[in-house]
Design a protein. Structure first.
Length: 224
């Protein structure tokens, strides 16, 4: 399994080095994700909704770094990640190959620049993936960071809410579990599944109201 993950990451790095656009890297990633999840025995059970057809900000609750495997959209996805991820082995390499927008959450300037970068991606037909909680939790929802909701409202960019729940909550990456130990646990775990809920396009010129609507929708579907 680890070899498959490495091949996927190195394949993305090669495609980027060759100058291929995100649409091609997105297609390669989708094939790689399907192979990886098949080998891992991870099954996605779509419980509600359909993959959005137009570019939008894709927002979900956050259980683990592998949540990025479970988003569905017709447009290429771009990711927002904390700056530390850039130095991680394997995951960090793949993030750079996918032109991830890195943000230092302790820096107001970095947060502002990342929101502007994600907004630009939507205008170019890409769908940014955002976890408004900012970190992972095993159950329920943490408080949201409001920045992207106000950016979406100001620019009239749609948001599509997602909820992902693991059949085995132990697969969440929380507490003091290191990246390496969690990855090894993932690779050795027998088959499990992810329940996926997809909402509809949401637009508003009121960032606070948009955040409240998205949170209410998620709260109805996450495990408490």
């Amino acid at each position: 399994m680890l070899l498959i993950l490495l091949n996927l990451v190195f394949g993305l790095l090669i495609l980027k080095a060759l100058g291929l656009p995100m649409t091609w890297r997105h297609r390669f990633l989708n094939v790689g994700k399907a192979v990886f999840m098949g080998m891992m025995g991870i099954k996605i059970r779509l419980r509600e909704g359909n993959a959005p057809r137009e570019a939008a900000i894709l927002m979900a609750n956050h259980r683990s770094y592998i949540d990025v495997l479970f988003f569905r959209s017709a447009t290429p996805q771009i990711y927002l990640s904390k700056s530390e991820v850039k130095s991680w082995p394997i995951i960090g390499w793949g993030a750079q190959a996918l032109d991830v927008v890195f943000v230092d959450r302790s820096s107001k300037e970095s947060r502002s620049a990342s929101r502007a970068a994600l907004s630009d991606r939507v205008q170019r037909g890409l769908s940014p993936v955002v976890f408004p909680e900012g970190t992972t939790t095993e159950r329920g929802l943490l408080e949201f960071s409001p920045g992207m909701f106000y950016t979406a409202a100001e620019l009239n960019v749609p948001i599509v809410p997602f909820v992902m729940e693991y059949s085995d909550p132990k697969m969440a990456w929380v507490h003091d579990d290191t990246f390496v130990s969690h990855l090894l646990k993932m690779l050795s775990r027998p088959a499990w599944s992810v329940d996926l809920y997809i909402g509809t396009l949401l637009r508003s010129n009121d960032g606070a109201a948009l955040a409240e609507t998205v949170r209410a929708w998620m709260l109805e579907r996450v495990n408490k």
